[in-house]
Design a protein around this ligand. Structure first.
Ligand SMILES: NC(=O)c1ccc[n+]([C@@H]2O[C@H](COP(=O)([O-])OP(=O)(O)OC[C@H]3O[C@@H](n4cnc5c(N)ncnc54)[C@H](OP(=O)(O)O)[C@@H]3O)[C@@H](O)[C@H]2O)c1
Length: 320
């Protein structure tokens, strides 16, 4: 008998990100089928299943009891990610969890160990990595278009209202530039310095920055926060030129990215193809399970990122 060609997904929590981006994108992904959506209240679950399909359920544990759920998508607040990941794995479900996966390194290690023991896939939902614009940038860099990379810079600023910041907000925002630095400079990054803004009218620790170094001696300078105006981009500065991509992280599906390349011979603006990164990550998650692709790279990525985030937070705390 051949394996089923759609992964049956249950959703834990009717979150804003699920509503606006992930669930509409899953509907466009033929490799997944939404079979259940749970909320703390049945009314909210029904409001979601009316639009995205599946059975409405009151209580997240009800999803884990269902035989028609192969995997769960967890868009809960970061403090609840590891608890519900452990419960889902114990119930035999694969897990796609929103980022940042864990609020501490020991929690990330515990969940990764549980995933490896269970033989189930655990993947952090870094959807932006699945937009083809970054693969194109990597190709150009590998082709030597800007020479040897010396510096990666990245900024992610999401303007929030004063008082709107939760304790977990800064790692949620920092996660993007920190993960992007690993994409371009490799996983073996060290923290050379980090800073965090003291609590303000916005809330606890509303902004920060980090300086990382790679084994080759290249540096990454990252800035993130919620008291800035909107900015979501990165740049690479090499021995022969530099390039810059805007709207690199929260890229709308219909947006045509414009890559700016500056070299001694002149400046070019190269339009790149629009892409559906949420649909793509749902497809990668399903394909990895359905076609039995290796699971370990996904848990390795979780640990590498958690190590780096912890090291940045520790270094930054010393500056307060
Ligand atoms: N990938 C992305 O682009 C992206 C963008 C934004 C956020 N995120 C991540 O996605 C996750 C969710 O973010 P969000 O902004 O969508 O959150 P949100 O709208 O606040 O949703 C979180 C959901 O968790 C459930 N929940 C359970 N206990 C809760 C509690 N004590 N307080 C609040 N909610 C509780 C609620 O669902 P029920 O009421 O249905 O139970 C709520 O709707 C976070 O990890 C965030 O970093 C990802």
């Amino acid at each position: 008998m051949s394996a089923p060609r759609a992964l049956r997904i249950g959703v834990l929590g009717c979150a804003d990100i699920a509503d606006r981006r992930m669930l509409p994108s899953m509907l466009r992904q033929p490799l997944v089928e939404i079979t259940a959506i749970a909320s703390r209240t049945i009314e909210k679950a029904r409001y979601f299943t009316d639009r995205f399909g599946g059975a409405p359920l009151a209580g997240y544990e009800r999803v884990l009891e269902r035989p028609d759920v192969d995997a769960v998508y967890i868009p809960l607040p970061p403090e609840l990610h590891v608890e519900w990941t452990l419960r889902a794995l114990a119930a035999g479900k694969h897990v796609l969890c929103e980022k940042p996966f864990a609020t501490s390194l020991p929690d990330a290690e515990k969940a990764v160990a549980a995933a490896r023991e269970s033989g189930l896939l655990l993947m952090e939902s870094f959807m932006f990595l699945h937009h083809s614009q970054h693969a194109r940038v990597r190709e150009l860099v590998a082709d030597g278009v800007i020479g040897e990379v010396q510096l990666f810079t990245s900024e992610f600023g999401i303007p929030l209202r004063p008082g709107g910041v939760r304790a977990s907000t800064l790692p949620e925002v920092a996660a993007y530039p920190v993960r992007a630095a690993q994409l371009f400079l490799g996983p073996d990054l060290r923290v050379a310095g980090a800073q965090v803004r003291p609590d303000s009218a916005y809330g606890p620790q509303p902004a920060g920055s980090a300086l990382l170094t790679s084994p080759s001696g290249a540096a990454a300078h990252l800035t993130y926060g919620v008291e800035h105006s909107y900015l979501s981009g990165y740049g690479l500065w090499g021995s022969e030129g530099r390039l810059r991509l805007e709207r690199a992280f929260s890229t709308p599906d219909d947006f045509t990215p414009l890559l700016r390349v500056e070299r001694a011979i002149g400046t070019e603006e190269i339009p790149l193809a629009p892409d559906h990164h949420f649909t793509n990550i749902a497809g990668t998650f399903a394909h990895t399970i359905l076609d039995q692709e290796p699971f370990t790279p996904h848990t390795e990525a979780i640990l590498t990122h958690a190590h780096l985030m912890e090291s940045i937070a520790t270094t930054a705390a010393a500056t307060l």
